[in-house]
Design a protein. Structure first.
Length: 272
């Protein structure tokens, strides 16, 4: 079954194309399911005073859901449209996150960590935050947030769980054991929570030139019995499914035989 559970659209400000264009492209490619999963509105910063083009405005959220549901019905004979959201985990804003997630009829919600307080670690405009930082300590803070996202119970799967590597900042060689132990600890928490992760193919086109998560992490996830889904993280309709075939091939090589899919916040495993 061909699926892509991670896509973004013009509403978020840093993607192009309307929702329908993504659906049409998925149909053109012969996909069985397409997930629409734009960014949750910012909760922990004032959008008017923060970097522009990060997430959809709060007033757009109901319009986003309405359009997703419309497309789900319009194209029901051609493809299964899944209504999703990439719901950032930000510590201290759990109540606000839960209110948004519970207010709408999502098929799934992706739990992603982009923010360490006000620093978006995936934004090229904010790379300067790495200056004079203890990289291993940043990694500890990041993976602590991923673990808390897993434990929150808010999400159906976790997105790009090692996105911290995007701009190739890594702990020192001498700290590698501590770094890998952080990854392992995080995977064990995820396994204990029974939540799937995403193999996000977009990392291949980022400075790290490696999918999220790495093959190293993915092999451990398989050993721990953590289910996986796949996504392109497309920010352009023409990018739907980009490198997803590569992701599927890697999953098969590691030993995975199934993918996690979602409907009405319930998980369904399908053959890879």
């Amino acid at each position: 079954m061909l699926i892509d559970y991670h896509t973004h659209h013009a509403r978020c400000g840093h993607a192009v194309g309307d929702l329908e264009s993504y659906v049409k492209q998925a149909i053109k490619l012969g996909y069985s399911q397409i997930g629409l999963s734009d960014h949750m509105p910012l909760l922990h910063v004032n959008p008017a005073e923060y970097y522009s083009e990060v997430a959809m405005p709060m007033e757009e959220l109901p319009r986003y859901i309405e359009e997703c549901l419309y497309l789900k019905d319009k194209y029901k004979d051609d493809i299964e449209v899944r209504v999703g959201l990439e719901g950032d985990y930000v510590e201290g804003f759990e109540k606000e996150i839960e209110q948004i997630i519970s207010a709408y009829p999502f098929d799934y919600v992706i739990g992603s960590v982009h923010f360490l307080k006000e620093w978006d670690i995936t934004d090229y405009r904010q790379v300067y935050h790495w200056e004079n930082k203890d990289v291993l300590e940043v990694y500890r803070t990041y993976y602590d947030a991923v673990q808390k996202a897993a434990k929150s119970g808010f999400y159906d799967f976790l997105g790009h769980i090692d996105a911290i590597k995007r701009f190739t900042y890594e702990p020192k060689q001498a700290e590698r054991d501590a770094w890998y132990a952080l990854e392992r600890e995080t995977l064990e928490v995820i396994a204990d929570c029974g939540i799937p992760i995403e193999l996000n193919a977009s990392g291949l086109s980022k400075p790290c030139a490696e999918m999220f998560p790495s093959e190293r992490i993915l092999k451990q996830a398989y050993q721990l019995g953590i289910p996986v889904t796949v996504g392109s993280d497309a920010h352009d309709p023409l990018k739907v499914g980009e490198n997803v075939d590569t992701a599927r091939t890697l999953l098969k090589e590691i030993g995975y035989t199934e993918l996690a899919t979602f409907k009405e916040r319930k998980r369904f495993m399908v053959s890879l």
